[in-house]
Design a protein around this ligand. Structure first.
Ligand code: C2O
Ligand code: CU
Length: 489
């Protein structure tokens, strides 16, 4: 269990060199030795400086992040230029919040890519600190993966090559700079990267303005509208939908494809439309074999789910609230009739076959809470960029048994597991139990709740080199809960 001193240390470790108002991190009456884990978070719910933002629900329209146009398209390659820079955003009417951005917008510009057509993105780091970019869910060579130690120095530029040799999927890009990824992503270094493939286009799913990416994430604000980072993640109780607090979104009475991303550092959303049906068609890495009707969708940090909602079932004038549990997040207002030539086919796309696995490994995630600073561990060790934890033969298929190894009685610490470079299927949970609904499809991130284990199977094709795998609660990975594999020929 953490005591007050350890919690302060957690703040120091997470915060790095920044000047922290330590006294505000934890109430003076918190006692030495008092347990301060809460739910899946590490830390105590402290009476920090956060305030409930003064926003009237459903008064602002939810924006759709702008699609960035290529600066140049040459010989079948689209080239984009995106500055990484500080900016401001208006989350609370009348208040300017400092944020970090890709190209000036809190939800970065959406890159729309096509399978088989390469993209190059030139990022110019205009911040005063190192930053980088990881294409989450991207199957990319090591040199363009945004390895935590491979950063863009201030004033420098860097080109990332994305071959897009993968099926259509909702990916996202975000900072991955070692120890600062949690703060950078929290402050806004995140955006969508959507890959479309021709087979998927042939299905006739809703497209164009009826294909809407929505980034959901949490935040904690101070009274001046600033984003509070140096506090317990459990205090991030305000949810943003494409960067707005409880916005509305006008829709036509027809089918929509909605791409949901949980870009929170540490949060599990339980999404519902007030009991109305949402039909899930895709998870992290693209289409499911067939549509799955649901009334609740569980989405952990970094995961994506695509749903089709048929608003034609509702009369014009109907308002439908998307909630996280009982908390309203966003309201869809059915405002007009519209022609709908889109389809929701009964079958979508079969999953690739599972080749035979030749190696089984264990990956145990936990915290070392024995000293004043919590240290994140994978198989008992904090991340060391100079160490290769697993050496994997190119082309092989493996089963990883991913374990939430935190075992302090009365304390629940949640973890998630994310693998770079490749994708996986969830085989089972807790020694043979079937996967959960949210484990369906081709995945790159899976939740590993307290005292549980998940078996995943992955193939490691083509690319050689070093790639990380880690807990995607970014405070955890920035504290060391990360390791790396080297793919060898
Ligand atoms: Cu979404 Cu290693 O990252
Ligand atoms: Cu974790």
């Amino acid at each position: 269990m953490l005591n007050r001193r350890q919690f302060l240390a957690l703040g120091v470790t997470v915060g790095g060199a920044a000047a922290l108002p330590f006294s505000q991190l934890i109430p003076a009456d918190a006692n030495e030795g008092e347990p301060i884990h809460k739910g899946y978070h590490l830390g105590k719910r402290v009476s920090g400086t956060g305030v409930r933002p003064a926003v009237t629900a459903f008064t602002e329209q939810m924006p759709v992040p702008p699609v960035v146009q290529p600066a140049q398209s040459a010989s079948g390659v689209d080239i984009y230029m995106i500055p990484i820079r500080a900016s401001t955003a208006e989350f609370i009417p009348g208040l300017k919040t400092p944020v970090l951005t890709y190209a000036g917008s809190f939800v970065g510009p959406t890159i729309r890519a096509r399978t088989g057509r390469p993209v190059k993105v030139l990022y110019a780091n205009q911040l005063d600190q190192p930053a980088n970019v990881h294409l989450h869910g991207g199957h990319v060579p090591a040199v363009s993966d945004g390895h935590p130690m491979d950063v863009i120095q201030p004033g420098q530029t860097r080109v990332y090559d994305y071959p897009n040799l993968q099926q259509g999927a909702t990916l996202w890009y975000h900072d991955h700079s070692h120890h600062t990824e949690a703060e950078h992503v929290y402050r806004g270094l995140h955006g969508f990267y959507l890959i479309e493939d021709p087979a998927e286009q042939g299905l006739g799913l809703p497209k164009g303005q009826y294909d809407v990416p929505i980034m959901l994430r949490d935040a904690e604000f101070d009274k001046d509208g600033g984003l509070i980072f140096f506090d317990d993640p459990a205090n991030r109780t305000t949810i943003l939908a494409n960067g707005k607090i409880q916005p509305f979104f006008p829709v036509a009475a027809r089918k929509y494809r909605i791409r949901l991303l949980n870009a929170s550092n540490e949060h599990v959303f339980q999404l519902n439309l007030g009991g109305q049906e949402m039909v899930q068609i895709a998870s992290d890495i693209g289409l499911l074999p067939a549509p799955v009707p649901l009334t609740e969708l569980v989405l952990a940090s970094a995961q994506r789910a695509e749903i089709v909602v048929d608003f034609s079932r509702f009369a014009v004038g109907t308002k439908l609230v998307l909630s996280n549990g009982s908390e309203p997040v966003l309201r869809f207002d059915v405002v007009r009739e519209a022609l709908d030539l889109s389809h929701l086919p009964a079958t979508l796309r079969p999953l690739p076959p599972l080749p035979t696995a030749t190696t089984e490994r264990e990956v145990a995630m936990s915290f070392d809470l024995s000293s004043t600073s919590p240290v994140g561990l994978v198989n008992g060790k904090p991340y060391d960029p100079n160490r290769v934890d697993f050496q994997i033969k190119r082309g092989s298929t493996e089963i990883w048994n991913v374990i939430n190894a935190d075992a302090i009685e009365g304390v629940d610490i949640d973890h998630t597991f994310h693998m770079h470079m490749t994708h996986f299927r969830v085989l089972d949970r807790d020694g043979g139990k079937p996967p959960l609904p949210q484990d369906a499809g081709l995945k790159d991130t899976v939740r590993v709740p307290p005292r549980s284990r998940v078996r995943v199977q992955a193939t490691f094709p083509d690319y050689l080199g070093k790639f990380v795998y880690h807990c995607h609660y970014l405070e955890h990975s920035s504290l060391g809960m990360m390791a790396q594999m080297e793919i060898v020929s």
